[in-house]
Design a protein around this ligand. Structure first.
Ligand code: MG
Length: 389
């Protein structure tokens, strides 16, 4: 099979979703739409490069997201242009020399079946250009501005165009050159080829290859995805940690510095709460403990914010297709009073864990002056988490 480069067009503003960030960042069963889309292309062996075209103002967010899901090494992220055609043109210029095929795909079509991508690639390798689509099944009407039906459209030969749209790289470059020369603007790549008179094959795809444009589409996509997914795995994890209290160190719990006469001693910032939570998540992943991933002997972790470690642990879970459902955390400390700091801590932890603050429950307990916590020699924390696939 010829090698192909995927250009994922994720440059749209997605204003119809009613969200502040574009639709490709909205979540589908807890995972951003764009991540679902990229994962589908990663499953096709012939796709050897992926170029993600992001809105310029969200390029950094896109890079961070790819890093979080351990996809950064497999993708090049670039800033898009004003129109889809501009974005694809920018992506096309970066297609590697050794890639005879280009597959352009909407970032907002996360349910694409890798087998359908493969069929499109084969058809384009054979015929020059092929796109995925479905025959129109509803009766179509043209309607006047006053909502009166004018007439019924003959639907016999009508198809809805989807993506991917796969074209031999040289041919797509020629089609762009022709369109630019004629100032022709098309809403998809096939339109540019049609404009230049090059044939494009239609490959029958699936109705489930939805383009997520409105909130309703998101709900429909979730229902389809739930059907497709094997039984969702649930994983439970538990973490415990304790650190010694000493003078001359800041007290950091849940990423927040809390005014106190003593602080916790440790190689990192000694955030005992975050450590217990990291251990619980690693436990649920079957990945040992925090010491194995971030050893004390490694100078990179000296004084590091444990919230950064927590974000890395969540990334490790995400790479295993697991995400946090909820966490229940108890901090055992005689002093200081922690409850007033919980709202701020919850926010910091939730952000690192990619969940809403409501998913993070924080509790504080003393030991009625008994034991090492009672004597204020140290603080300990317990965490229980549930992860799901
Ligand atoms: Mg620790």
């Amino acid at each position: 099979m010829q090698k192909a480069t995927a250009i994922i067009a994720a440059g749209g503003a997605g204003l119809r979703m009613g969200t502040s960030t574009p639709k490709q960042f909205s979540e589908l069963l807890g995972v951003p739409i764009l991540i679902h889309t990229i994962r589908a292309f990663r499953q096709v062996p012939a796709i050897t490069a992926i170029i993600v075209v992001a809105p310029a103002q969200h390029r950094a967010l896109t890079c961070a997201l790819l890093a979080r899901y351990q996809l950064a090494d497999h993708c090049t992220v670039i800033s898009g242009g004003k129109l889809r055609q501009d974005s694809v043109r920018i992506g096309l210029a970066l297609v590697p020399e050794d890639s005879p095929l280009v597959a352009v795909h909407d970032g907002a079509r996360p349910l694409i079946d890798p087998a359908d991508i493969q069929r499109c690639l084969e058809a384009a390798a054979d015929k020059g250009a092929a796109i995925l689509g479905v025959p129109v099944k509803d009766t179509l009407k043209t309607v006047a501005a006053d909502t009166t039906i004018r007439h019924t459209v003959e639907r016999e030969s009508l198809w809805q165009a989807q993506t991917p749209q796969v074209v031999q790289t040289d041919l797509l470059k020629k089609a762009f050159a022709r369109a630019d020369q004629d100032s022709f603007v098309g809403t998809d790549e096939a339109a540019l080829l049609e404009h230049g008179g090059w044939p494009v094959m239609m490959v029958e795809g699936s109705e489930t290859n939805l383009k997520i444009t409105r909130p309703d589409d998101l709900r429909m996509a979730e229902a389809i995805l739930m059907q497709k997914q094997p039984a969702r795995q649930m994983r439970i994890g538990h973490g415990f940690d304790a650190h010694r209290l000493v003078p001359g160190r800041p007290l950091i719990l849940g990423g927040l510095e809390i005014p106190h006469v003593l602080g916790l001693l440790g190689h990192s910032d000694a955030d005992v709460l975050s450590h217990a939570l990291c251990d619980a998540i690693l436990g649920a992943c079957g990945e040992g403990d925090i010491g194995r991933h971030f050893p004390d002997s490694d100078q990179r972790y000296k004084g590091i914010s444990s919230i950064k470690l927590l974000a890395q642990v969540i990334g490790l879970a995400a790479a295993r297709h697991l995400r946090l459902v909820n966490a229940d955390i108890t901090v055992v400390a005689e002093q200081p009073k922690l409850a007033p700091h919980f709202p701020a801590m919850r926010k910091i932890i939730a952000e690192a864990c990619l969940v809403e603050p409501a998913a993070i429950n924080l509790k504080a307990s003393t030991t009625e002056k008994m034991g090492y916590t009672g004597r204020e020699e140290g603080i300990s924390a317990h965490a229980v988490v549930l992860l799901t696939g």
